[in-house]
Design a protein around this ligand. Sequence first.
Ligand SMILES: NC(=O)c1ccc[n+]([C@@H]2O[C@H](COP(=O)([O-])OP(=O)(O)OC[C@H]3O[C@@H](n4cnc5c(N)ncnc54)[C@H](OP(=O)(O)O)[C@@H]3O)[C@@H](O)[C@H]2O)c1
Length: 282
Amino acid sequence: MPPPHAGPGRIRIAVAAAGVNALEWKLRAGQLRDVRPLELPSGTGGDAAGRVDEVGEGVTDVVPGDTVFGSGTDTYAEHAVLTSWAPVPPGASVVEAAGWPTPFETGLRVLEVLTAPPGATVVVNGAAGGVGSVVVQVARARGVRVVGVAGADNQDHLAALGAVPTTYGPGLRERVAALAPDGVDAAFDVAGSGVIPELVALTGDPSRVVSIADFSAPRYGALVSTGVGSDRAAALREGARLVAAGSLVLPVTATYPLDGAAAAQRRSATGHGRGRLVVTVP
Ligand SMILES: NC(=O)c1ccc[n+]([C@@H]2O[C@H](COP(=O)([O-])OP(=O)(O)OC[C@H]3O[C@@H](n4cnc5c(N)ncnc54)[C@H](OP(=O)(O)O)[C@@H]3O)[C@@H](O)[C@H]2O)c1
């Protein structure tokens, strides 16, 4: 592919690492062909971190040589154009930061939609992965009680993040209700595992249930949140601030070289993530 260049309001980075998100294998598998058809040959990847090497017209907050993380297009590559970015905070590695953009933006966005005040109880279905673990930590830092749902192997991990852990599968509604005797104020479905009716029953109000992966949610009166119209750069700066303050960690579980990107996407497609998968660029 010819190298891309930064247009107005954008920057180009020499990519050090690219974060792996489920969106990429879903696009590749054709699951989103009706809304986002691919033109082949196509690049892949939306998140990355690296050194700025081109600054488009109108960009004033970075200069070539700065190290940033952010979102753009075709980021599994030597060079990528970013549309939103923030500086990598001191003490963080560029590989770690490559895994942050989508979970930071999504997690912070959904917490705005859920509007859970301190003392409220929120259920997070799919709490141990990239997006879920950001939501658990930020909600806990805001004084919100979180019942986190993940597999048996991730129960200790959820507890370490500050959630009250429970498992998915039959009896979910009863297990969560027992762990939240004062009721559930809001529910966030990250996993898209077909539990919207149970989450609506737990909150007693479909407008208190938000999914990012189950597009049947509106059928039950629940909401679907997409990133359309979101101020991504503000979310990235806020996420970096929380990392620097010690209230948010989102570690890398595994790195793959650029020519191992297919294996990284296959692992992402299992839907059993803890922490982040990152493709590193030589
Ligand atoms: N709409 C948006 O704006 C948006 C943005 C970002 C991501 N997404 C979507 O959100 C989803 C999650 O993304 P992610 O990066 O957080 O994924 P991830 O890192 O792979 O995490 C998936 C999580 O779901 C849990 N899980 C798996 N099966 C489950 C089940 N049956 N019930 C409950 N939890 C289950 C996993 O726990 P175990 O490993 O313990 O099973 C893990 O905690 C993806 O489908 C992605 O496409 C949407």
